[in-house]
Design a binder for this molecule. Structure first.
Ligand code: NAD
Ligand code: UDP
Length: 346
């Protein structure tokens, strides 16, 4: 069943029914251990992937991290190399991958506008060919696969906050399209493999997430503002600074991803994962200045093309079906994030 529902009543009905799966039963690959799984994390050397790998290892699993290091770094996983349950493989997911695993988290894809616009054709290939390759792998292994989708599938949303049943408002030919449409097509592929091959899928729509190990030069608003504040440079507000985003701390997000992966097999998603507390960019800048103790001034820059005006997740579905909601307020999450950037600047 696709939990893509219209209103709170049908949400409740869906929650009540979701144990009745229309999925074809298929046999699982036998596991050597009941509790320890061998888990593939594509994009595992990136910001989210490295935190996810940490958490999965802490839970006693083995992690195979596959990454081409386009935006991820070995530094993000340096601390894991001595762990006998961790393995790193340098590989581009646009090429087929033959490994043996019990579960797949598909995170490989540059996530920040300057990174995904650097080579837009490769970005689309990563989302689309990468999804086909990882879904093909999951099909052969008969294993569960989770897709790191994004709030960008909603584009510049015409409804607010965004619920999973909203189809979005995406420009198919703009500078952000390689990312937005690539992720939308990946979702399509996930659901077609689910319907056509009975594959167990999980689709998470991730909203803006921040924390230690974000790339300091990824041009995203949190990293930009913190770096500018620490260096005493002007804070760059794009447009009037009144556009909004909702920022989720990485630990909360990883918890949501794992809950979704471990949920009943009937729950395919898509499920929004993000922090529903909304801030303007100007408010974020004020919080960053307070946390860093910086006296940086503000400077305005033109709003990038197709920059969404408002973004906030409706997380009712995740709350109801995963028992998940974020616990870390932005003010608290900025502390370890600023400390991380401070240590990498110093
Ligand atoms: P990131 O850039 O830090 O991580 C992405 C990782 O994927 C990097 O390590 C990169 O080297 C790797 N990668 C890129 N192309 C690859 C390829 N072709 N083959 C193998 N590896 C490749 O970004 P992140 O913030 O950690 O995002 C991780 C995932 O979560 C992405 O799929 C992104 O779209 C999604 N997401 C993130 C956010 C967020 O706010 N961080 C929001 C929505 C969705
Ligand atoms: N932004 C900004 N100053 C910056 C970087 C970004 O005002 O130095 C704005 C950007 O225009 C957008 C918001 O911050 O409205 C979030 O941008 P980001 O690139 O972090 O994420 P996304 O647009 O993908 O949500």
């Amino acid at each position: 069943m696709t939990l893509c529902v219209k209103d709170s009543h049908s949400r409740k009905m869906s929650a009540a029914r979701f144990t009745h799966s229309p999925l074809k039963e298929h046999s699982h690959v036998p596991r050597l251990y009941d509790s320890r799984k061998r888990i593939l994390v594509t994009g595992g050397a990136g910001f989210l992937g490295s935190h996810l790998s940490d958490r999965l290892l802490d839970r006693g699993h083995e992690v195979l991290c596959v990454d081409n290091l386009f935006t991820g770094t070995k530094r993000n996983i340096d601390h894991l190399h001595s762990n006998p349950h961790f393995e790193f493989m340098r590989h581009d997911v646009t090429f087929p991958l033959y490994v043996e695993v019990d579960e797949i988290y598909n995170l490989a894809c540059p996530a920040s506008p300057i990174h995904y616009q650097y080579d837009p054709v490769q970005t689309t290939k990563t989302s689309v060919h990468g999804a086909i390759n990882m879904l093909g792998l999951a099909k052969r292994l008969k294993c569960r696969i989770l897709q790191a989708s994004t709030s960008e599938v909603y584009g510049d949303p015409a409804i607010h906050p965004q619920t999973e049943d909203y189809w979005g408002n995406v420009n198919p030919i703009g500078p952000r399209s390689c990312y937005d449409e690539g992720k939308r097509c990946a979702e399509t592929l996930f659901f077609d493999y689910h319907r056509q091959h009975g594959l167990e899928i999980k689709v998470a729509r991730i909203f803006n997430t921040y924390g230690p190990r974000m790339h300091s030069a990824d041009g995203r608003v949190v990293s930009n503002f913190i770096m500018q504040a620490l260096k005493g440079e002007p804070i760059t507000l794009y447009g009037d600074g009144n556009q909004t985003r909702s920022f989720c701390y990485v630990d909360d997000l990883v918890d949501g991803l794992i809950r979704l992966m471990d949920s009943d097999k009937a729950l395919t998603g898509p499920v929004n994962l993000g922090n529903p507390t909304e801030f303007t960019m100007r408010e974020l800048a004020e919080l960053v200045l307070a946390e860093t103790g910086s006296s940086s001034s503000f400077v305005t820059r033109p709003l990038p093309q197709d920059d969404p005006r408002q973004r906030r997740p409706d997380i009712a579905l995740a709350q109801e079906l995963l028992g998940w909601k974020p616990t870390v307020p932005l003010r608290d999450g900025l502390k370890p994030t600023v400390a991380y950037f401070r240590s990498s600047v110093g």
